[in-house]
Design a protein around this ligand. Structure first.
Ligand code: SAH
Length: 247
């Protein structure tokens, strides 16, 4: 048609701009949504302080939650609408990406510093591992469901989280080659705490783990291995996690 034939250079530029704008808008929209999610988490931590003993989140944890793009770890069909809701979301294979408040709280309870070596059991989407990677020197993470582990590993590589190593296997056994760990975070609930994980904790290290039967009340626990090797256990919060499975 005539209109196309006579299209000026200016109108071609205008069309190109129109095509570019929506992506830029979506990106900053995710940033705005993520900032809102972090405010919600900060309030939730304040509201649950009588249970958890945590009056406020550590600044490093807040910063990590502000920077890690949760939408990159959420399935494409949920990405636009649900990435920054303070909720767990399905990631396939019957598993979930944890609620952001729980990710922040567990990261905080683990007392991680920039020189910490951390083990995570239950890689799932890789989101918690990415948050831990912002806080620690290196994160070792184990996933028992192969497709989830492979996909998480690809996502973490694509987003350049170079200080995370993913292994497919049964996390019950820990990762003895890299033990002992400054902190261990378990994101699936066993009925009893796996003994190898306690053994692979450094003196002064912390294990953060939900414990309890499937589909029933579970308790988020923190176990600290004191400098004398004694184990001190604290029940932090009633929680509901997917079950810890064995091969
Ligand atoms: N941290 C994840 C949460 C995933 S849900 C995230 O941020 O997305 C918990 C995960 O633990 C599931 O993917 C489940 O497959 C895994 N899991 C359960 N039992 C396990 C075991 N014995 N070893 C390793 N992973 C396990």
């Amino acid at each position: 048609m005539v209109i196309i034939d006579s299209m000026s250079r200016a109108s071609v530029t205008a069309i190109a701009l129109v095509l570019v704008v929506p992506t830029a808008y979506t990106q900053s929209n995710f940033d705005i949504q993520r900032a809102g999610m972090v405010e919600e988490i900060i309030r939730a931590v304040e509201q649950t302080s009588s249970y958890t003993g945590k009056l406020q989140l550590d600044n490093h944890v807040v910063e990590a939650m502000r920077t890690v793009p949760r939408h990159e770890f959420v399935p494409i069909e949920l990405r636009e609408i649900s990435s920054y809701l303070n909720r767990p979301l399905p990631i396939g294979n019957g598993q979930t990406i944890s609620q952001p408040y729980i990710v922040a709280l567990m990261s905080d309870l683990a007392n991680i510093s920039p020189d910490s070596i951390v083990l995570e059991i239950g890689t799932g989407s890789g989101y918690q591992a990415a948050v831990l990677a912002k806080l620690a020197k290196h994160v070792y993470t184990i996933e028992i469901i192969e497709p989830l582990g492979l996909y998480a590993s690809e996502t973490l590589d694509r987003l350049k989280y170079t200080n995370v190593s993913v292994k497919i296997g049964d996390g019950y056994l820990g990762w003895p080659e890299y033990a002992p760990f400054d902190a261990i975070i378990v994101t699936a609930a066993p009925e009893q705490i796996p003994e190898p994980l306690i053994q692979q904790l450094k003196l002064g290290g912390r294990l953060v783990i939900p414990v309890g039967p499937k589909d029933q009340a579970q308790s988020l626990q923190v176990l600290e291995k004191t400098s004398s090797g004694e184990i001190q256990r604290t029940d932090v919060l009633p929680v509901r996690f997917v079950p810890f499975t064995r091969k």
